[in-house]
Design a protein. Structure first.
Length: 287
């Protein structure tokens, strides 16, 4: 359904995305996984023509995306991007309904669809419908972004860390909801994340990027059992380290203070960073 062929983006001498080739079959969700600066956002934005590639090609249902008008591409592919925010001057309802309106849906149908979508992303339509984006928290705005991307029932979606600003419980519920609608609608999607666990939960296929290179594509199981290189191996180790750490905490005596050794060990690897992050996140429950 979507195919990238030697897709490349250079900025001067710097190669942000280096000859990436991959295929996303109809009905599959491909996770693009990689550290910050690895080229994930650039790849996604090239697919819907927000960034023009330096070379290579993109096929959508066999059609050359680079030869399609940009607005046509964006109408057919729903997208929720990290930093493409909501339209600040529009209400939440207008934001969510923007594509259906462009498609000429009748007003009543748009209103019903908007309310249904707001409920799906756990926002109360009565409460938020008429507010402006600035009157919502970051996590709420992100959910409106996902609702907007789903509004016109696209067959294909591009999502760039769409759940990054959500507190852990909301994130968990929205991930589950997302898995559900994917099953129901047979949605094809490319989903960017730097979160290993999210990648393992959501991905049919995971494509790992490192410094602009595509280093491995495979099922979650293939990546876990046959990592192509040290980078993929260390990425796959982080969820396990975190799970081990939690196991260890649970195994300790209630009064025990012997966290020092193994806790410190995990902390010296990449696990330490993620642990700090998840602690920070659980504090922000009200987001
Ligand atoms: P990711 O989404 O994986 O964090 P990006 O795709 O946003 O990474 O960026 C990939 C690399 O390209 C980064 O090193 C970034 O600094 C660089 N980059 C992105 N946009 C530009 C630009 N307009 N000019 C120069 N370099 C850029
Ligand atoms: Mg990015």
């Amino acid at each position: 359904m979507i195919e990238l062929r030697d897709l490349t983006k250079r900025y001067g001498d710097f190669t942000a995305v280096n000859e990436v080739s991959l295929k996303v079959d109809e009905g599959t969700l491909l996770v693009l996984l990689g550290g910050s600066g690895s080229g994930k956002t650039t790849t996604l934005k090239m697919i819907n023509r927000l960034i023009e590639p330096t070379s290579g090609s993109i096929l959508f249902d066999g059609q050359d995306v680079l030869k399609m008008p940009a607005h046509e591409v964006r109408r057919r592919i729903g997208y929720a991007f990290q930093k493409i925010g909501l339209f600040p001057h529009m209400t939440i309802a207008e934001n969510v309904g923007v594509t259906p309106r462009l498609l000429g849906w009748e007003a009543g149908r748009i209103r019903r669809r908007v309310d249904e979508l707001l409920e799906t992303v756990e926002l109360d339509p009565k409460e938020v419908r008429d507010r402006r984006p600035s009157e919502l928290s970051g996590g709420q705005q992100q959910r409106v972004g996902v609702a907007r991307a789903l509004a016109a029932e696209p067959k294909v979606m591009l999502l760039d860390e769409p759940f990054g600003a959500l507190d852990p419980l909301t994130r968990d519920r929205i991930q589950q909801f997302f898995l559900r609608i994917r099953k129901e609608t047979g949605l094809t999607a490319i989903f960017v994340t730097h979160d290993m666990v999210e990648a393992l939960i959501l991905g049919d296929q995971i494509a790992v990027m490192n410094r602009g290179d595509l280093v491995q594509v495979g099922t979650p199981r293939q990546l876990l059992t046959k990592p192509a290189d040290d980078y993929v191996e260390s990425l796959m180790a982080t969820p396990r380290q975190q799970a081990d750490f939690v196991e260890e905490l649970l195994a300790q005596e209630p009064t025990g203070k012997s966290t020092g050794k193994s806790g410190g060990k995990a902390g010296s690897k990449s696990g330490g960073k993620s642990r700090g992050k998840s602690r920070g996140k659980s504090r922000g429950k009200s987001s």
